[in-house]
Ligand binder design. Structure first.
Ligand SMILES: [Fe+2]
Length: 199
């Protein structure tokens, strides 16, 4: 993998500690790429760990806890949607569980750029030049996933789990992650009266 910076070991170790479900990915190469990709995105944007980002869907939205909780619930929910469907319908639905795990764990991998306080301060002033935000997390997430040489299934989910996916036909991986993502946000919004904008 050709990362433009040398990846920091402490940040790598922190990613695994924050998201222990990475260890459920059986394919060693895929597991390594997921850790490297998260490390690169955090490090390139001045973060040492995922928990430093607030637990919201976008910087303007209300959130709960920190960003690690969101990644954990979306991963648990995406895997349970898939496993429950196979269990209830008693059939093999044909997805690769390793890839689905990687898709869910990486779906918001672009958020460090969208949340980066330096970026946000600059965009607030220079938006006529840069746009605001310059990129939302799905676009930056696709850059990270491509740079980390994650499989194209994961690149697609990073780019299209969100409303950006309205302009393409979402994959089955992307559809499951999309509903796991929206399902968690809008359930929380209802349970706790959070103001979660519906894009
Ligand atoms: Fe998300």
């Amino acid at each position: 993998m050709m990362f433009p910076i040398e990846l920091n070991h402490d940040i790598k170790a922190g990613v695994l500690k924050t998201l222990p479900m990475i260890n459920d990915i059986k394919d060693e190469e895929l597991r390594r790429r997921v850790v490297d990709a998260w490390t690169f995105s955090l490090q390139a944007n001045g973060y040492a760990k995922i928990e430093e980002m607030p637990g919201s869907g976008m910087p303007e939205a209300e959130g709960l806890g920190d960003q690690s909780m969101h990644l954990i619930v979306v991963t648990l929910t995406a895997m349970s949607i898939y496993d429950n469907l196979e269990k209830a319908y008693k059939m093999d639905l044909g997805l690769d569980r390793d890839i689905l795990l990687a898709c869910a764990i990486c779906h918001d991998i672009g958020k460090p750029y969208e949340y980066n306080p330096e970026n946000r301060a600059r965009w607030a002033i220079e938006y006529k030049k840069t746009g605001k935000p310059n990129l939302r997390h799905p676009a930056y997430g696709a850059y990270i996933a491509l740079t980390a040489e994650l499989p194209e299934e994961v690149v697609h989910v990073c780019a299209n789990h969100s409303p950006e996916g309205r302009f393409v036909t979402r994959s089955a991986y992307g559809t499951i992650v999309h509903y796991a993502d929206d399902g968690s946000w809008f359930s929380l919004a209802s349970l706790l009266d959070l103001n979660i904008p519906k894009l």
